[in-house]
Ligand binder design. Structure first.
Ligand code: ZN
Length: 122
């Protein structure tokens, strides 16, 4: 029996989520505002809870309040409320040290994911 390892490269498009994903790579919180009811979803919803699929993209401040947090084998995670968003978001926390301090802000990560860390005020 022969084992062969094949490298596979994927080039997946983010589609309608492109503004959100690009925002994550740049450390920006890009949310979706529903054109019908004004609900601000972050992460963005394709179809709002009111049923409308029309909306616009807005950039939030990136500040968030940690509602609750947990630690796991893969790091620290939190349920956070981003300023200006109407829902809660699960995020990775950069380090334990940053959790006790505020404000918390969205930071860029690679691969793109939601990461909160201590705001750089320098
Ligand atoms: Zn709506």
């Amino acid at each position: 029996m022969t084992t062969v390892h094949l490298p596979l490269e994927y080039d997946l498009k983010a589609g309608w989520l492109s503004p959100f994903v690009e925002g994550l790579t740049q450390g920006r919180a890009v949310a979706r505002v529903c054109a019908a009811c004004g609900r601000v979803s972050f992460p963005p919803l394709r179809t709002c809870t009111c049923g409308s699929a029309e909306g616009e993209w807005v950039i939030l401040s990136g500040r968030a309040t940690v509602i609750t947090r947990t630690s796991g084998l893969d790091g620290d995670f939190a349920l956070a409320q981003f300023d200006g968003a109407d829902g809660l978001t699960t995020v990775a926390l950069q380090s334990t040290a940053t959790v006790a301090q505020s404000p918390l802000v969205l930071q860029a990560s690679d691969p793109p994911r939601l990461v909160l860390g201590l705001e750089d005020t320098a």
